[in-house]
Design a protein around this ligand. Structure first.
Ligand SMILES: [Zn+2]
Length: 145
């Protein structure tokens, strides 16, 4: 893992409005501290700059690891994972109450790889909905570097 300054970390968290940028989980109310994910992994020469970082819950961060693609079960094709820096979540994924539904091959492959509808997270979303933390807000306009 690369060193990330507190100032950079704070910008990533602020831009993400403190939500996992993959599965939409709110950091507030969660015990584990969310990770700063390299969208393009360090292993693939991804840089530690605001434009390549995303806030990710521990589950999404660990499941994603150094992957950049995954299989879309519908088309059986290996497709790029959702990129929170260049793509809009709501164009690739949609909420069906507590469940995430993929709208595109990228959306479907990402939700499958990151297991975004596993029973534990459905239970957490149920709670977050009660606290009005689910679903996540629309992305903000870009935060400058
Ligand atoms: Zn997540």
């Amino acid at each position: 893992m690369r060193y990330i300054s507190d100032a950079l970390r704070e910008k990533v968290i602020q831009r993400a409005q403190n939500y996992c940028e993959y599965c939409g989980l709110a950091q507030i109310g969660q015990e584990a501290t969310f990770h700063i994910d390299h969208v393009i992994p360090v292993a693939a020469n991804g840089l530690t700059i605001l434009d390549n970082l995303a806030l990710a819950c521990v589950s999404c961060s660990l499941r994603k690891g150094a992957r950049q693609t995954a299989i879309d079960l519908q088309t059986q094709k290996d497709v790029p994972l959702f990129n929170p820096r260049t793509q809009n979540w709501f164009e690739h994924l949609v909420w069906d109450d507590l469940r995430v539904v993929g709208l595109t091959p990228t959306g479907r492959a990402t939700l499958t790889l990151l297991a975004m509808n596993r029973p534990t997270i459905l239970a957490i979303r149920y709670e977050q909905k009660f606290f009005k933390r689910h679903p996540q807000p629309q992305p903000q306009s870009r935060v400058s570097d």
